[in-house]
Design a binder for this molecule. Structure first.
Ligand SMILES: NC(=O)C1=CN([C@@H]2O[C@H](COP(=O)(O)OP(=O)(O)OC[C@H]3O[C@@H](n4cnc5c(N)ncnc54)[C@H](OP(=O)(O)O)[C@@H]3O)[C@@H](O)[C@H]2O)C=CC1
Ligand SMILES: CC(C)(CO)C(=O)C(=O)O
Length: 340
């Protein structure tokens, strides 16, 4: 174990709770800051509980709502892991900025490309990137269902190595964290994979089954995202069972099919069989974050003259489903596919 470090986790839900649990188990002082008072109260009373296939494990962490923090803080924040959904990023970053030490930093542990927005609040030199493919859900206040190992990668936005990234990766060794020189390559790979996952939230069935039943649509969605990534010159990184090279133009169809066989087989090993996007619509009945994830993708596509009609059509349909204007149905996928 490395020397103990103090961290703040802002947004202590599925991912923030998982991160806080592993930091605490590693012997680090963790302050979990979460907007949900019931979650904070449960963590204070029972500890942070991770529910895995082998049962429940708990870790003691300090917990507070943002409103309570001035009483709890005895100095500025140093290492902050920001784990809120994308649409809550601006509010959380504005809250963090005046509390962040001059030599402190904020790590975006989120899907999408949130680093620029965070930098507008705290300055680019105080932002660190991260990519996470851990599958988790808050199943009741204070209790997180843990999907087991998944990629967790941390890196400076400019790709340089740094003591703060190495230290955080070591402190999160319990979660299998690694340092990278290409965090953008991971985030863009995830935007491709995430386009498939977002599409599966249009229907109420397991992600793996929907990907399998609508492979041509899934390939076309990923291709639109990766055309934008290619224009920007990103080197896409593979993670877990997702192999981005299989979805690039020029890959033989047999290679793409075999990679998708491996991907859906791996997805079937996960206890979480539906995405967080599906859960926000069907269970939590709240707006989904994916519109934020693809805002920058659309802007880059427009600038480069790259057409993204399927991605746009898929997100428009998600907007209809989340607002209740359209039912959740696999017909959305069939109709999008019919337009290919
Ligand atoms: N869950 C997963 O398996 C994965 C998630 N991700 C990404 O990780 C990020 C976090 O997702 P996830 O953990 O699932 O989300 P959750 O909704 O489970 O957790 C987010 C938590 O942040 C709280 N929150 C919102 N605004 C603030 C704020 N300003 N200050 C403090 N707390 C706040 C929320 O409270 P409230 O509910 O009251 O709004 C909620 O408890 C997302 O970008 C997601 O895409 C990436 C890979 C996998
Ligand atoms: C499906 C998953 C877990 C993949 O990382 C995800 O990103 C989410 O639920 O938001």
């Amino acid at each position: 174990m490395t020397e103990s470090t103090a961290y703040a986790v802002v947004g202590g839900g599925a991912i923030g709770g998982t991160v806080a649990y592993h930091l605490a188990k590693g012997g680090h002082d963790v302050l979990l800051i979460d907007a949900d008072p019931a979650h904070v109260a449960a963590v204070r009373q029972h500890g942070l509980v991770l529910r895995g296939t082998a049962g429940d494990q708990s870790a003691r962490v300090r917990a507070a709502t943002p409103e309570e923090v001035p009483e709890e803080l005895d100095g500025p924040l140093h290492g902050v892991l920001l784990c809120v959904k994308a649409q809550a990023t601006a509010g959380a970053a504005a809250w963090i900025a005046p509390r962040l030490a001059a030599d402190g930093y904020v790590v975006s542990v989120q899907n999408g490309l949130n680093e620029q927005l965070i930098a507008e609040h705290v300055g680019r030199e105080r932002v660190v990137g991260a990519f996470v493919n851990v599958f988790a859900d808050v199943v009741e206040p204070g209790v997180i269902r843990d999907g087991g190992p998944g990629a967790f990668v941390i890196g400076e936005l400019g790709g340089e190595s740094s003591p703060r990234v190495d230290r955080l990766a070591a402190d999160l060794a319990g979660l299998g964290a690694k340092a990278t020189a290409n965090v953008s390559g991971y985030l863009w790979s995830k935007l491709g994979f995430g386009a498939m996952l977002s599409a599966t939230a249009l229907a109420d069935a397991p992600m793996a089954d929907l990907i399998d039943r609508h492979r041509p649509l899934m390939y076309a969605l990923v291709a639109e995202v990766f055309a934008v990534a290619a224009r920007l010159g990103h080197r896409l990184e593979p993670f877990d069972a997702f192999e981005p090279a299989a979805y690039l133009p020029g890959t033989p169809p047999s290679g793409r099919e075999a990679a998708t066989d491996r991907l859906t087989a791996w997805l079937r090993t996960q206890p979480k069989d539906r995405s967080g996007i599906w859960r926000d619509i069907a269970v939590r009945r709240r707006p989904v974050e994916v519109h934020e994830h693809y805002r920058a993708v659309f802007a880059h596509a427009r600038a480069g003259g790259i057409a993204t009609p399927l991605l746009r059509g898929m997100l428009d349909r998600l907007a209809g489903v989340e607002s209740g204007r359209a039912p959740m149905s696999e017909d959305h996928l069939s109709e999008l596919e019919a337009a290919l």
